[in-house]
Write a protein that binds this ligand. Structure first.
Ligand SMILES: [Zn+2]
Length: 286
């Protein structure tokens, strides 16, 4: 029996899988790949978009766990797995000091746990956050570090271990990347529309100017236009966190926004990029 293609996504928070590359996860799941998502934290430190929506739950973590399960169904992924950590806050916030916070854990411990998942689930391709974590969130950066280290250890272990049944370790590693050309344009336009690009999002803790300056080269551009409906449903499943998507998109004409949202973009970390832009994360996977 031929082994099915396996895609693994590793993200910091319950919602990153949907708000981020949800289109890609849905696309490969619908095309027949096994798609596994590992989420590193419980999301207990997140703020709540609509308190009435989660008022009946004892804890936010409980609500977010249910939301994540619903999002998984909406995306059509095979399974969602969770590491047992509390989410940290943005840089220099008190939530980072909590002893259970992801950023307080030894990196080697998180790497060991992710390695365990990789050896068991045997992914061919792994996607995760990039070195800047999309917008500088410490949990995203920690997940980038741990996943990158675990990826290379999984390759080394698979090469030595005959018990992996011919699996040679994960073959490709990608980081979610944003096409900065449009973002730079949006950042220039925002003040004309009365919006402050340095303090966006529900918590006003996202600085688009800083984000637009962080280079995230695009080595893969995946068409997810047919799968945005699943991404949208999954995003809505995160009721406590969903606020209708970023307002700055509304500055651009709707057809252009649709075109931009139809492409999920990634930097290729391994194998090293070769100057080409791929249209399939599994290109070249044997
Ligand atoms: Zn996140």
């Amino acid at each position: 029996m031929n082994k099915r293609s396996v895609l693994m996504g590793v993200f910091a928070h319950p919602d990153d899988e949907s708000f981020g590359p949800g289109g890609v996860l849905a696309r490969y799941a619908h095309e027949g790949a096994d798609v596994h998502v590992v989420i590193a934290t419980d999301g207990i430190a997140g703020s709540v978009a609509d308190p009435t929506a989660v008022a009946d739950h004892e804890t936010l973590a409980q609500a977010r766990s249910a939301e994540l399960a619903n999002a998984a169904v909406a995306l059509g992924v095979t399974a969602i797995w969770s590491l047992p950590y509390r989410d940290s806050g943005m840089r220099n916030t008190p939530a980072n000091q909590h002893p259970d916070a992801l950023v307080q854990q030894p990196l080697s411990q998180v790497v060991d746990q992710l390695l365990e998942y990789m050896l068991r689930l045997q992914p061919d391709v792994i996607i995760t956050h990039g070195p800047y974590g999309g917008y500088g969130h410490p949990d995203h950066i920690r997940v980038y570090e741990a996943t990158t280290a675990a990826f290379h250890r999984a390759r080394a272990e698979a090469a030595q271990n005959p018990a992996t049944n011919g699996w040679r370790g994960p073959q490709k590693l990608y980081y979610t990347a944003m096409d900065k050309r449009w973002l730079k344009f949006i950042v220039r336009l925002m003040p004309l529309y009365g919006q402050d690009p340095t303090a966006i999002g529900r918590n006003k803790d996202i600085n688009l100017v800083e984000i637009s300056r962080w280079e995230t080269p695009v080595h893969a551009r995946i068409d997810v236009g047919d799968y945005l409906v699943y991404k949208q449903a999954a995003s809505r499943a995160h009721i406590s966190q969903y606020s209708g998507g970023p307002g700055f998109w509304r500055i651009l004409p709707a057809p252009l926004v649709k075109r931009l949202r139809s492409m999920d973009t990634f930097s290729r970390a391994f194998p090293p990029p070769n100057g080409q832009v791929e249209s399939d994360l599994f290109a070249g996977v044997t």
